[in-house]
Design a protein around this ligand. Structure first.
Ligand SMILES: Nc1nc2c(c(=O)[nH]1)N[C@H]1C(S)=C(S)[C@@H](COP(=O)(O)OP(=O)(O)OC[C@H]3O[C@@H](n4cnc5c(=O)[nH]c(N)nc54)[C@H](O)[C@@H]3O)O[C@H]1N2
Ligand SMILES: Nc1nc2c(c(=O)[nH]1)N[C@H]1C(S)=C(S)[C@@H](COP(=O)(O)OP(=O)(O)OC[C@H]3O[C@@H](n4cnc5c(=O)[nH]c(N)nc54)[C@H](O)[C@@H]3O)O[C@H]1N2
Ligand code: SF4
Ligand SMILES: [Mo]
Length: 746
């Protein structure tokens, strides 16, 4: 029967509700924004609208592939698991567990399997070689939150719907639809901000779509955000404008130290490095101090950057100093519906270092910028096998050509991925997950980053194909294999073990809502469910709005979520700093030593011609961009998104183009320390002179990539230009913005 299903879109952080029309054969025949969704109210973007094309993509793998005599051939899951078991054991038997690296890509944050079953897999592998897309993305924010608030997952988000002044650094939410700020219909919410008399200030080397509509655009030099924010701090201190507000007084330590650190960074001193007039910097400080409710927000242009951690820290320092942290209209901590567990130990990073380059660990992982080194460099602990789950590091991470070659040299590559991509083409075994509509969905990650407290569960809408396991079952099978079990794995047994462990963790946590703390009783109560549903039911019932398994009969449970397909609105964000803080001091630690240690480097950058280091005047600074019709590396095979204007071009300012004899539409050679590529030019005065922009996620013409639509218009891989040496030294996050390049006509 034709029917309409209501589901949350899993494609970006906006979490829009979709109303999807299915025909008799469960094919998608229409997609609309769900007008009744409590959060998105009918909004959708081109990606959500073409989700049917993604589901129906003939290039999407529906069976595992196993390499036999050099060729990837279809196989059953049991055959594929057997191959993984034999070869994985050969690697660990010879080289030990650290020889197996795992890389976790972005979509893991967008699905329940990634959120709940990746950790058991990582644990089972017992490897220190854990990598993820975080170290090309938001890792600096985790590190700064870890030190400031005690919890790397306590990331304050702009209280977008109530603020009077939003200062955006290095983000383009009108295009990205927001990141570390879950808010469906960001364009509408930004317009609403201005309609109610609020102001939007955008700090970005490019006049982006977001900047175009801002009340003020400050076209900063790439890499200089920390200097700008330090100068704002210095101004607030010098002009006696610091006002924590009653709500923060007594909750902050290290204020004097921050004031002293910032003192040398006057607007006049940083102006040149920022490429902004001192008056504009001072004005911004005044505006932030004067606004009733203001918030500073920084995203990818500030995190995947040389001073990533320091900038992330300063964003929150400014929010604290202006009294805007944890206050309506400021930067607030969401209170998601699921139980998140209280941290019991003080946050530390750099508890160990990578073998070859000595880069720091953070939140249990190592920087992906050094994965190629760990593969290439012989010795104990050398990586000999790689498992990727929902990741495409050959496109998404630095020094891509080198990583590509390194991965090709491995003894074993396993990819859990629905496509034959630039990365999975190296795989010996590919295990495809089911389609989006074939699994349930709940945003564990993004409900904790949302500008309203919401809970929204979508059950699977379409049955799994025969013999197709769900993705969580694939991850559990791999975990069991890593633990030494022979396939076929008893997934239900493994799942019961995971559930039991989750129950025990919740039971041990005094913060959980629970009528009984007897694990056996809870296990029995949840016995009717399996997989993510059992875990989600547990977490929601034990969470802050939960039914507590009886303590709060009107509270939430999976049952309650099922009865509310358009979501449950749990209200606006509320102040909650005392409950968030898990630092040793129990206060906001404003001057954490590991971040303060980076300030001398920042001081040195003040006097450099370019905040990132060497620059000879000929060089340009490369930054990235996104487009409404892209989703990192994997939207380009959707016909409805791929058509139209060429998206992968190098944008360059008219002056820089003219100086190099480049015209719009002509081909240029772009080179960096890491490599060289040719790409066609778009001349635009939207960029600051001296800056060029190239989107990431392209370069689909490598041998073996089976994405026919993407191949037809492959674009170039911008990460062939990003040197793997470039990292934010505090967090190890790759510098993807502000890369020195040379551009010449071909
Ligand atoms: N130069 C430059 N590089 C960048 C960036 C930049 O701005 N500039 N941005 C960085 C950022 S922010 C990010 S997050 C990373 C992303 O880096 P990655 O996560 O490595 O790359 P994605 O392109 O998101 O690749 C996702 C992969 O997951 C697969 N996939 C999709 N859905 C599922 C699923 O449900 N299950 C499984 N198992 N697989 C799935 C897709 O086929 C694809 O192969 O790229 C980073 N790289
Ligand atoms: N349409 C679309 N949406 C997406 C994605 C996508 O690929 N396509 N990817 C998703 C993912 S994984 C993420 S992480 C988010 C990212 O979300 P955003 O961070 O909002 O997206 P970007 O477009 O990368 O914005 C980064 C901005 O930083 C600017 N910038 C570069 N260098 C600097 C600098 O040194 N200083 C300052 N101040 N600005 C700088 C760039 O010009 C750019 O406008 O988007 C998500 N949403
Ligand atoms: S904005 Fe994001 S969540 Fe909303 S429809 Fe588009 S891709 Fe999906
Ligand atoms: Mo990202």
């Amino acid at each position: 029967m034709p029917r309409t299903v209501i589901r949350t879109c899993p494609l970006c952080e906006a979490t829009c509700g979709l109303a999807i029309d299915l025909d008799d054969n469960d094919r998608v025949v229409g997609v609309r924004g769900d007008a009744d969704d409590v959060f998105s109210r009918g909004y959708l973007c081109p990606k959500g609208a073409t989700i049917g094309q993604l589901e129906a993509d003939p290039d999407r793998l529906t069976r595992p592939l196993v390499r036999r005599d050099g060729q990837l051939l279809p196989a059953s899951f049991d055959e594929a698991y057997a191959e993984v078991a034999a070869r994985l054991r050969a690697v660990t038997a010879e080289h030990g567990p650290d020889a197996v690296a795992i890389y976790l890509g972005n979509p893991n944050v967008h699905n329940l399997a990634g959120q709940l079953y990746v950790r058991p897999l990582v644990k089972a592998l017992r490897t220190t070689n854990v990598y993820s897309a975080s170290s090309v993305d938001q890792l600096p924010k985790h590190v700064s939150s870890g030190y400031l608030f005690g919890d790397p997952l306590a990331i304050p988000v702009p209280d977008l719907d109530r603020t009077d002044l939003l200062v955006v650094l290095g983000a383009n939410p009108r295009v990205s639809n927001g990141s570390l700020m879950t808010a469906p219909d960001l364009p509408g919410r930004l317009t609403a901000l201005q309609r109610r008399g609020g102001r939007l200030v955008v700090v970005d080397p490019k006049r982006t779509r977001t900047a175009e509509r801002a009340d003020r655009h400050l076209a900063i030099r790439p890499g200089a955000d920390a200097l700008l924010l330090m100068a704002i701090v210095a101004t607030l201190v010098a002009e006696d404008l610091v006002d924590l507000g009653d709500h923060l007084r007594g909750h902050v330590e290290g204020l004097e130290q921050v004031a002293a650190l910032a003192a040398p960074f006057t607007p006049e001193r940083v102006a040149e490095a920022c490429g902004l007039p001192a008056t504009a910097i001072r004005e911004l400080a005044h505006e932030l101090a004067a606004a009733e409710r203001a918030v500073v927000y920084g995203r990818l242009g500030t995190t995947a950057a040389s001073f990533g951690t320091t900038t992330s820290w300063l964003v929150d320092v400014v929010n604290v100093l202006t009294g805007n942290l944890d206050r309506p209209g400021g930067a607030m901590f969401p209170r998601p519906a699921h139980h998140r567990g209280s941290r019991r130990r003080a946050f530390r990073h750099a508890r160990r270092h990578s073998r070859v380059r000595g880069l720091p660990e953070a939140i249990g992982e190592l920087p992906v910028a050094t994965l190629a080194d760990e593969i290439e460099t012989p010795g104990p602990g050398q990586v000999r096998a790689l498992i990727t789950v929902a990741g495409n590091p050959v496109i998404s991470t630095p020094d891509a050509a080198r990583l590509d070659a390194a991965i090709a040299s491995l003894d074993l590559v396993v990819a859990v991925d629905p496509y034959l991509t630039a990365t999975s083409r190296h795989a010996d075994v590919i295990l495809p997950p089911p389609g989006i509509l074939q699994r349930s969905h709940y945003d564990l990650a993004f409900s904790a980053l949302a500008v309203r407290n919401v809970a929204n569960y979508s059950p699977a809408a379409v049955a799994l194909d025969p013999d197709q396991p769900d993705e969580w079952e694939i991850l559990l099978a791999l975990a069991a294999i890593a633990l030494g079990q022979d396939p076929p794995v008893d997934v239900d047994l493994a799942d019961a073990f995971v559930a039991r462990q989750a129950i025990e963790a919740v039971v041990a946590d005094p913060g959980a809502r629970l009528a009984t703390r007897d694990p056996d009783a809870l296990m029995a109560t949840l016995a009717g469910r399996r997989g993510p549903e059992r875990l989600l039911d547990l977490l929601v019932r034990a969470g802050p709005y939960g039914d507590g398994f009886g303590t709060h009969p009107d509270g939430l449970s999976l049952e309650a979520l099922l009865a509310a397909p358009h979501g449950i609105d749990l209200g606006p964000l509320t102040p909650r700093i005392p409950e968030v803080l898990t630092t040793t001091s129990g206060r906001i630690e404003l001057a954490p030593e590991p971040i303060v240690a980076d300030v001398p480097r920042l001081a040195a950058a003040m006097d450099a011609a370019v905040p990132n280091g060497e620059h000879d005047g000929e060089q340009l600074l490369l930054i990235g961009r996104r487009h409404l019709r892209t989703n990192n590396s994997w939207s380009h095979n959707v016909p409805g998104l791929a058509k139209g204007q060429q998206l992968c071009t190098l944008e360059i300012h008219p002056d820089d183009a003219a100086a190099r004899g480049l015209d719009d539409g002509t081909l240029a050679a772009v080179s960096s320390e890491a490599g060289e590529l040719e790409v066609s030019i778009t001349v635009t005065d939207a960029l600051r002179p001296g800056v060029v922009s190239l989107p990431h996620g392209f370069g689909h013409d490598l041998d073996g990539v089976e994405q026919q639509v993407a191949r037809a218009n492959p674009g170039v891989n911008s990460n062939r230009l990003t040197p793997r040496q470039g990292v934010d030294p505090v967090s190890g996050t790759a510098v993807l913005n502000g890369v020195s390049v040379r551009v010449r006509a071909v």
